[in-house]
Ligand binder design. Structure first.
Ligand SMILES: *Cc1c(COP(=O)(O)O)cnc(C)c1O
Length: 373
């Protein structure tokens, strides 16, 4: 049985009849850049996330870049982040001329370990970028406390965590990913829980002035069409993407719930398998399982066995960011971040997409059980 890591065709089959008319609507309007479709999407997604402002942008990477630009972070500034993430988290920092300063992860959640952040704060530290990896919020309470104490910004990389909840701030309701810090950055890359038909991203914020800056910076830094107050980029969300995302947003919660059900089903089965460790959810967190990640003994052999049985899988992430060639000049070494380095050797992601069938899941489970027998 073939089980892909992600099956976007299966998802499209369930929404084809909703998607085609809205795409047609945009084509008939011939309004492709910003406009009513993007504005409507921004309102809907802001309400969904519980953020005051949402600004549609060209990708998750550009969302991070625009947040850093809007914060005025640049040459010589330092930004603290995790070494265990997609490369864009760090390269966005470098793009504005700032220096990424890595802090090791909590081996249980794979997210930045707040207890290790304070040691890395200097006079040059301007922001912390926690990443809500695999769909689970980082431990935001201690991060926000430190940020307040040292007057630095928090930019949440919520690319993998749209709709994920965190209850650790003590409010009446849990907070959604991307609404706790100064900025939230999201990606609509097709493999994210809310994926477009191409690239797309979003910046959220509760601060009107910061929202205005992001809006201007995504469109060349213009206060109005031909009067430029800042040096910006072309970083807008397309109307076609917005139209597709508006349809998909209506299904997002049920898709994420299906992912959680699949994750629970796996976890029940894998808890009885010596050789693997199942993912753990910190108390108060509601994850969205953008990835279901096991820690596996003999990980590379397991991967070969899965490949042979045509079971989709992926290693997120094989090389931690501090050991990437592009960061040679930062002079980090193997051994600097043991938890991230160990995760890079042991983690493996399994299919957990909403349309996955029980028969497919049973096949994945049986294959892994047989491997460790
Ligand atoms: C996907 C992703 C990004 C980048 O998003 P793009 O839309 O692909 O540019 C950034 N950070 C993390 C953690 C991601 O998973």
């Amino acid at each position: 049985m073939r089980v892909p890591l992600l099956d976007l065709q299966a998802q499209y089959a369930t929404i084809r009849d909703e998607i085609r008319p809205v795409v047609e609507r945009v084509i008939e309007s011939q309004q492709f850049i910003l406009g009513a479709e993007v504005a409507a999407f921004e309102q809907e997604i802001a309400a969904y996330c519980g953020a005051k402002y949402a600004i549609g942008v060209s990708s998750g990477t550009d969302a991070l870049l625009l947040a850093l630009m809007a914060a005025g972070i640049g040459e010589g500034d330092e930004v603290i982040t995790t070494p265990y993430s997609f490369i864009a988290t760090a390269t966005a920092i470098s793009r504005v001329g700032a220096i990424p300063v890595f802090v090791d992860i909590d081996p249980v959640t794979y997210n930045i370990d707040p207890a290790m952040i304070e040691d890395e704060i200097t006079n040059s530290t301007k922001a912390i970028i926690p990443v809500h990896l695999f769909g689970q919020c980082a431990n935001m309470k201690p991060i926000l406390d430190l940020a307040k104490q040292y007057k630095i910004l928090v930019i949440e990389d919520a690319a993998q965590a749209i709709g994920a909840e965190y209850a650790g701030l003590g409010g009446k309701k849990p907070m959604k990913a991307g609404t706790m810090g100064d900025f939230g950055c999201f990606s609509f890359f097709p493999s994210k829980n809310l994926g477009g038909f191409g690239d797309g991203g979003l910046v959220t914020t509760n601060d009107e002035a910061l929202a205005t800056r992001v809006k201007q910076l995504r469109q060349h830094g213009g206060a109005d069409k031909y009067r430029n107050t800042m040096i910006g980029i072309n970083g807008r969300l397309d109307a076609l993407q917005a139209a597709v995302l508006r349809v998909k947003l209506k299904h997002l919660d049920s898709w994420s719930a299906a992912r959680r059900e699949h994750a629970d089903y796996y976890t029940k089965a894998f808890q009885k398998v010596a050789g693997v460790q199942t993912p753990a959810t910190a108390s108060g967190n509601v994850p969205i399982y953008n990835q279901y990640v096991l820690r596996a003994e003999k990980r590379d052999e397991l991967q070969a066995a899965l490949n042979q049985q045509e079971i989709g899988n992926a290693i997120y992430y094989p090389i931690p960011l501090h050991l990437q060639e592009c960061y040679r000049e930062l002079k980090y070494q193997e051994g600097d971040f043991p938890a991230a380095e160990q995760a890079a050797k042991e983690a493996i992601a399994l299919p957990v997409y909403p349309e996955l069938t029980q028969a497919q899941q049973d096949y994945v489970i049986e294959t892994i059980q047989a491997f460790y027998r």
